[in-house]
Design a protein around this ligand. Structure first.
Ligand SMILES: [Fe+2]
Ligand SMILES: [Fe+2]
Length: 164
């Protein structure tokens, strides 16, 4: 397996995990089950923290020569939006009980994150065209992000320089 195949496989697996967690979150809100929602919101934050981090620290900047700064800016703005939604989702899931409108808000916030999951996964078709050493650096940055293991909201509130 080439390094770029390895990257694509890893990347796809991470997006699958986030996709499935977001689906579970929608189900938890549908069932008005805040205990489950709380657990899933934590799992989403744990999975997306290191993922967003290596994308922003190594992968997205390397896509600027391909797409131009404007589209990469849109990807970063998608991350800002996902972080804001994750914050509100954490507040909702922290409630002991939620009513129907709150559950609907939770579902709306969760669904708003979904398009970035599929858009982001498609980026691997571009990463494939980067020199091998770039892909090696992306994977090394990923290893470091996993080692630091900051959840999304902790990372966004500390290390991340962009304000969301
Ligand atoms: Fe991604
Ligand atoms: Fe992303």
């Amino acid at each position: 397996m080439t390094i770029s195949d390895q990257f694509t496989e890893t990347f796809r697996q991470e997006h699958r995990e986030v996709r499935d967690l977001l689906f579970s979150l929608i189900n938890a809100f549908t069932d008005l089950d805040t205990t489950r929602a709380r657990r899933v919101v934590s799992a989403v934050a744990a999975a997306t923290g290191p993922h967003f981090r290596y994308e922003e620290e190594s992968m997205y900047p390397r896509l600027v020569p391909i797409f131009g700064a404007e589209y990469v800016g849109k990807l970063l703005a998608d991350h800002d939006g996902a972080i804001r939604n994750a914050r509100e989702l954490a507040e909702l899931a922290d409630l002991t009980e939620i009513d129907q409108p709150q559950a609907e808000r939770g579902i709306e916030l969760t669904r708003q994150i979904l398009p970035h999951v599929s858009d982001c996964d498609g980026l691997s078709i571009m990463v494939e065209t980067l020199p091998e050493e770039d892909v090696i650096d992306i994977l090394a940055t990923r290893d470091l992000a996993l080692e630091k293991n900051l959840d999304l909201l902790t990372w966004a509130g500390t290390v991340r320089t962009r304000r969301s």
